[in-house]
Design a protein around this ligand. Structure first.
Ligand SMILES: [Zn+2]
Length: 85
């Protein structure tokens, strides 16, 4: 079986896509978690691990992934969303 692999944008580990969660920027410019992986928009993958979310926040990793400034509030909201999955 062919498991698609993706790289975590925080720790750079390559993992099976299903072990990661997609973060999407919708065409309205909203940045949110995409647990289904099916939302339209530019996506980035990250481990389902709050440590990686914290790393991402410190490194401002989403700025690079989405080529725009992402406020700290967005990172905090994503961490809360992760915990409620
Ligand atoms: Zn990671």
């Amino acid at each position: 079986m062919n498991n698609p692999q993706r790289t975590c944008i925080a720790c750079k580990s390559v993992k099976d896509k299903k072990e990661l969660i997609r973060i999407v920027r919708t065409k309205e410019g909203e940045i949110e978690l995409d647990p289904t992986g099916r939302e339209n928009g530019r996506g980035a993958y990250i481990c389902k691990d709050s440590k990686c979310f914290e790393t991402l926040k410190k490194s401002k990793g989403l700025d690079r992934s989405f080529k725009s400034q992402v406020s700290v509030d967005v990172y905090d909201r994503l961490i809360v969303e992760l915990q409620s999955l």
